[in-house]
Design a protein around this ligand. Structure first.
Ligand SMILES: [Fe+2]
Ligand SMILES: [Fe+2]
Length: 295
């Protein structure tokens, strides 16, 4: 599918529009009235806990980006430091507060520690050719993350509507959900512009493919335990019912940009395998424990 032409001005205008139209959600606007705390906790407790942690860890992601991408444009910096970061932090606070209203413990998030791996990559990123490969991977990872969040919040919103839990559906989940597509669009526009403008050469695309297929990361899942927890989000939201279709949606941008030469490729095998393995690990844990919130 051919993409419309994207240039730097269009991306800058998009970021400015997001800043104007989507200030961080007013924390005082949330209504935490819940009719059946136990039922909401049983159905969405695990998901809320995971999503709250990922949203809160954006604070660390902003620090990492400054190390990882020293040479980005002012538009990129404005996006991650002034628009995306503050919005996501409020998403984290809203979900964490909701979790506590449901009787869950406060979320433990790693917000301050930049891992050694990021520092090593950041040192390499001072070489412009490496920097651009990392920048493309940052956009592709961001797009997959935002698309995953969009699917997750949609599933939560639908589930809470079925349960008649309108106040938290509308003032927490939907208030968050409406901000994610603008983030996704930023990454889609930015990655598309890089490839269309020729900012990235053929061998750099090859390197990006290699790195992406070797080190595909599920959002917020650095450890085996966290990968299992991610699988829990997939399973508890029913996203595993049509896993291939969902991973195809999540990966569409990288399928188009990284794998354009593989005509007809529907979904990168490494992405589908990562989601499938996480869901299986969670099901095995459930089998051992007896239920998501058995305790
Ligand atoms: Fe978010
Ligand atoms: Fe987001």
């Amino acid at each position: 599918m051919s993409q419309p032409q994207v240039d730097a001005t269009r991306i800058r205008d998009h970021v400015h529009r997001l800043a104007q139209q989507h200030p961080p959600v007013d924390l005082a606007s949330a209504d935490y009235t819940v009719h059946d705390r136990r039922a909401v906790r049983a159905r969405f407790g695990h998901v809320m806990d995971y999503m709250a942690r990922v949203e809160m860890e954006v604070e660390r992601n902003v620090l990492e980006l400054a190390v990882l991408l020293p040479g980005v444009s002012q538009t990129d910096r404005t996006f991650y430091a002034d628009v995306w970061g503050p919005q996501e932090e409020h998403h984290g606070i809203l979900l964490d507060t909701l979790g506590q209203h449901l009787g869950l413990p406060p979320v433990t998030a790693n917000t301050g520690e930049v891992p050694a791996r990021v520092r090593v990559l950041g040192a390499l990123a001072h070489l412009p050719v490496v920097h651009e490969v990392i920048r493309l991977l940052y956009y592709l990872t961001g797009a997959a993350t935002e698309k995953s969040a969009m699917l997750a919040y949609q599933a939560m919103s639908d589930g809470l509507a079925q349960m008649g839990e309108d106040p938290i559906k509308e003032t927490v989940v939907d208030a968050i959900k409406v901000q994610e597509p603008g983030h996704f669009a930023f990454y889609r526009l930015s990655a598309t512009e890089m490839v269309q403008s020729g900012a990235i050469a053929g061998w750099q695309l090859h390197l990006a493919r290699l790195l992406r297929s070797r080190r595909y990361g599920l959002v917020g899942a650095g450890t085996r335990e966290q990968r299992t927890d991610f699988g829990g989000v997939v399973v508890e939201l029913g996203l595993d019912q049509q896993l291939e279709r969902n991973v195809r949606d999540i990966s569409r941008l990288e399928t188009q940009l990284l794998w354009a030469h593989r005509q007809g490729l529907q979904v990168p095998g490494y992405a589908l395998a990562a989601f499938r393995e996480a869901a299986q690990m969670y099901r095995s844990r459930l089998g051992a424990d007896g239920g998501p919130m058995a305790a």
